[in-house]
Design a protein around this ligand. Structure first.
Ligand SMILES: C[S@@+](CC[C@H](N)C(=O)[O-])C[C@H]1O[C@@H](n2cnc3c(N)ncnc32)[C@H](O)[C@@H]1O
Length: 205
């Protein structure tokens, strides 16, 4: 990791992803999480205040040490035990069938081998376990897609490999998940090329 990705990018993400306008989406995506949860791309713990009291434990997977440090305040304010348990969603250090739920928020855009990461999430979820997700990706409108393709190289350089043109629901289905619930929309008050979100729940059969 270089100076930018280690010391600057996690702060940029903490501010950009920490806008209050994202809170209702975090509340929605965390609703229904239960039991032992694996969260991939934990970042600076912006979902922590939204874990419900049905969550018994969270295994947080995050490569950036600074993200974990920036999470300290939120971690000290929650009663849910959260443990930093891994550094890379592409290779999870857990036994198969060990979690009831998984959580991914605005992370599938960034993990280099996202297919491998989703296979790993499926492996560690118990049969019937669910992944809750809110992710940005390829927009429904061609006029927006055009800009996403143009801007993606810059986006990837500035935001640590963040893609604009991935298709989260298709990636989940490709990994063998069944989509149980899905809402596709543009986030308000954000440029459309960055704000084409899919929010939902997918089950591991
Ligand atoms: C846009 S941020 C989202 C952070 C957080 N999920 C949120 O909603 O605020 C993407 C996160 O994915 C993390 N990430 C990058 N590569 C990863 C990998 N291979 N495995 C797990 N997380 C990764 C980044 O460090 C960053 O914290």
């Amino acid at each position: 990791m270089g100076i930018y990705s280690e010391h600057v990018l996690p702060r940029v993400i903490n501010v950009a992803c920490g806008m209050k306008s994202g809170d209702p989406l975090r509340e929605r995506v965390c609703a229904g999480l239960e039991g032992e949860v694996v969260e991939i791309g934990f970042g600076s713990g912006l979902n922590v205040p939204f874990y419900s009291d049905r969550v018994t434990k969270v295994a947080a997977v995050e490569p950036a040490d600074l993200g974990w440090k920036l999470a300290e305040k939120r971690l000290s304010a929650t009663t849910v035990p959260v443990q930093r348990s891994g550094l890379d969603g592409q290779s999870l250090p857990f036994e198969a069938d060990s979690f009831d739920s998984a959580l991914s928020t605005w992370t599938l855009c960034t993990i280099p081998d996202v297919e491998a990461a989703l296979r790993e999430v499926r492996r560690v979820l118990k049969p019937g376990g669910k992944i809750h997700f809110v992710e940005h990706g390829l927009a429904p409108d061609e006029s927006v897609r055009k800009w996403q393709h143009r801007l993606e190289p810059v986006q990837k350089r500035v935001f640590g490999g963040c893609h604009l043109t991935r298709r989260p629901p298709e990636l989940l289905m490709g990994a063998g998940f069944e989509i149980v619930d899905l809402d596709v929309f543009y986030e308000e008050n954000a440029p459309k090329f960055l704000a084409a979100d899919s929010l939902g729940v997918a089950a591991s059969p």
